[in-house]
Design a protein around this ligand. Structure first.
Ligand SMILES: C[S@@+](CC[C@H](N)C(=O)[O-])C[C@H]1O[C@@H](n2cnc3c(N)ncnc32)[C@H](O)[C@@H]1O
Length: 213
């Protein structure tokens, strides 16, 4: 819990300055999801993907985040949006509430295997049968700058790809194998690697995954 609290204060601190850019594939959504679907955006940040969902015709959306600062910024651009502050672990929703859950650049902020597993399990609980899990996140990179920091922190965190940023937050880049393991309870519908510009302006390998519960 302490860990979640210290990570949340980082996101509060940077809530006004960061820009995120993982793209929403509206072609994937329209292929598998009805426009009236109820969609949860977990780790919604300042509401960027909620706005994109709205643009793609999905109006029944809920955003959750554990950062008050991020939610405050969301409220400025989306005053009528349903937005909920979470404890970073549990979801205040009944079983089978949502047709789809988005997890955009959020796994990277929840580095440990156990925490990621618990989150995916909690998401599965609130998804309806055959509900969709749509992940966009960072993959391991092979360049020297990234390899150096993966190696520096590998012993401390016990996982290659978890590292600390000098600005005071711990993040993770993922192997494809780990994402396969994490999503093993879902049927994979789509997967695509792509390059993304990170919140600090660097290019990183990334992936998008769409799975069905
Ligand atoms: C990199 S930002 C991405 C925001 C948004 N999904 C986007 O793509 O624009 C990650 C967000 O996840 C939130 N977050 C990180 N860990 C979380 C947790 N355990 N529970 C809820 N939100 C979390 C942060 O506060 C931050 O707003």
């Amino acid at each position: 819990m302490l860990y979640a609290t210290s990570q949340a204060s980082y996101w509060d601190r940077v809530a006004r300055e960061k820009r995120f850019s993982h793209p929403l594939r509206s072609d994937w959504l329209s292929k598998y999801l009805e426009p009236q679907a109820l969609v949860l955006d977990y780790g919604c940040g300042y509401g960027r993907t909620l706005e994109d969902l709205r643009g793609a015709g999905y109006l029944n959306t809920v955003g959750v985040d554990f950062s008050k600062g991020m939610l405050a910024r969301s409220r400025e651009s989306l005053p009528h949006q349903s937005l909920i502050l979470t404890d970073g672990h549990t979801l205040p929703f009944k079983d089978s509430s949502f047709h789809a859950v988005l997890l955009f650049a959020t796994l990277t902020c929840i580095p440990a295997d156990t925490a990621q597993r618990a989150l995916v399990q909690e998401i599965k609980r609130v998804l309806r049968p055959k509900g969709l899990l749509y992940i966009s996140d960072l993959l391991l990179n092979k360049d020297g700058r990234n390899r150096e920091r993966y190696e520096l922190f590998a012993d401390m965190y016990g996982t290659y790809g978890i590292f600390e940023l000098p600005e005071g937050v711990t993040v993770r880049h993922h192997s494809k194998e780990w994402i396969e393991e994490l999503t093993a309870a879902f049927e994979q519908l789509e997967y695509e690697p792509f390059p993304v510009v990170t919140m600090n302006g660097n290019v990183s390998s990334a992936f998008q995954y769409l799975g069905r519960s």
